[in-house]
Design a protein around this ligand. Structure first.
Ligand code: FES
Length: 85
């Protein structure tokens, strides 16, 4: 499991092995956009402020991967990431 801080909202959620960042975030922020949930549409892209990302999509360019992630499939590499949400 790892933690995702939603910095603008002042909340932190825990993402277990059996769930996604998207699901954990939507439990706190139900209007967070998504569509395919499989890492190919880009709807769920969010800006990452801190932390190392484990990218699991096939869509983002290396440039985009520097500071954003598709939260339906990608995860944190360390124990914690911070999103601009
Ligand atoms: Fe489509 Fe995440 S919802 S890439």
């Amino acid at each position: 499991a790892f933690e995702v801080e939603l910095r603008r909202s002042g909340r932190t959620v825990t993402v277990g092995e059996d769930t996604t960042v998207l699901a954990a975030v939507r439990a706190e922020l139900p209007s967070t956009p998504y569509s395919c949930e499989q890492g190919f549409c880009g709807t769920c892209q969010q800006r990452v402020l801190e932390g190392e990302i484990d990218h699991r999509d096939e869509l983002l360019t290396d440039g985009e991967r520097g500071d954003s992630m598709l939260i339906c499939v990608s995860r944190a590499r360390g124990g914690r990431i911070v999103l601009d949400l």
